[in-house]
Design a protein around this ligand. Structure first.
Ligand code: ASP
Length: 338
């Protein structure tokens, strides 16, 4: 019989009503009693955190990754119950921190606490446990019957049960209790290497969303206080140069040693900086152009590579490799959709 470790971190799924509003208070042991169908596996429980995911910080990612790493040999899969608000960030971070992962790590949660009637918690938890005991290796979010690759998830809806979308990547599978229907071909898993834990994070990272009217002084602030910045450009990669020349500001940032990662505010289809004049002016040396990787996934990658490497060239090189690998996986998944 397979063995699964259920790790509680709080979030709505574990919340109970209190005078202060909904607050985590339901244990993983209590949650496991609510499963909708019997599971053909043994489930052990542990509590890592008891937080609304709004309060989850990179040090908590390290704590979670370390729990998985330390109990890796003992279990066949891991389920993490987590608040939905930052679940996509945690999923992407775990994907970057647990290298050569060959077992499923499945995050799930709910929009309505499991302690209340009409909760989606029982359903999601049941599906997550089934998927973790039978699913593919890698980090995934299981929510509302969909399996989403951990690096491709975005929370799109604040209230409805279909909270998450898979962006620039098909759903990996649909899961309904023990019935799993795969939608894309499983990822290739490199069999040779042992799991490795990556915990060297540098959090001196800024995320900047461009907006009409932006003041270029923000670039001074970034330059003085951060080591890396993710810039969410307009559309296909547009950066203003008419009222303010932000292309010049970005060039100055890069030349002062700040790692600049460019992505788009549009969720789907990625950037193409050669399409418009507003993109072509972008300085090309030592800049990361993110293709179609979302901010949630870029954030932990930038933190990890800034923590691991001293030179800007190395940081840019390794993020670019990850972006290329993800893009290739996406193309692969399109060709082999089942
Ligand atoms: N604020 C909650 C959290 O992220 C929302 C949820 O879990 O759905 O912890």
């Amino acid at each position: 019989m397979k063995k699964i470790l259920l790790i509680g971190t709080g979030g709505t799924i574990a919340s109970v009503e209190s005078e202060r509003g909904l607050t985590p208070g339901f244990s993983p042991e209590d949650m496991i009693k609510t499963l909708e169908s019997p599971v053909n596996c043994e489930v052990d429980c542990t509590v890592s955190l008891n937080l609304d995911s709004t309060n989850i910080y990179p040090n908590h990612w390290i704590e979670l990754a370390t729990i998985i790493y330390n109990s890796y040999e003992e279990y066949d899969g891991f389920v993490i119950t987590h608040g939905t608000d930052t679940m996509a960030y945690t999923a992407a971070a775990l994907d970057s921190m647990l290298l050569h992962l060959k077992k499923p790590v499945v995050l799930t949660g709910s929009q309505i606490p499991i302690s209340l009637v009409n909760s989606d918690g029982e359903r999601n938890l049941t599906d997550a446990v089934h998927y973790a005991s039978e699913g593919l290796a890698g980090v995934y979010i299981v929510f509302n019957k969909r399996v989403i690759k951990g690096t491709r998830a975005v929370k799109l809806r604040t209230k409805s049960k279909h909270a998450f979308e898979s962006v620039n990547y098909p759903y990996v599978a649909y899961v309904d209790n023990s019935y799993i229907t795969y939608h894309t071909k499983p990822e290739e898993i490199s069999r040779g290497s042992m799991i490795k834990l990556e915990t060297s994070l540098c959090t001196d990272v800024f995320v900047l969303k461009l907006y009409p009217g932006i003041n270029k002084e923000i670039f001074r602030f970034i330059s003085n206080n951060y080591k890396g910045v993710i810039i969410e450009c307009f559309g296909s990669g547009g950066i203003p140069f008419y009222e303010v020349d932000l292309a010049e500001e970005i060039k100055a940032l890069i030349q002062s040693g700040i790692v600049v990662v460019l992505t788009t505010q549009c969720l789907e289809e990625g950037i193409d900086i050669d399409l418009y004049e507003v993109g072509r002016k972008i300085y090309r040396n030592n800049v990361v152009i993110s293709n179609d990787m979302n901010t949630e996934a870029l954030l932990s990658k930038l933190m990890i590579y800034l923590g691991k490497y001293n030179s800007m060239q190395e940081v840019v090189h390794y993020i670019n490799l990850d972006i290329e690998r993800e893009s290739n996986e996406y193309l692969f998944s399109c060709n082999v959709s089942l």
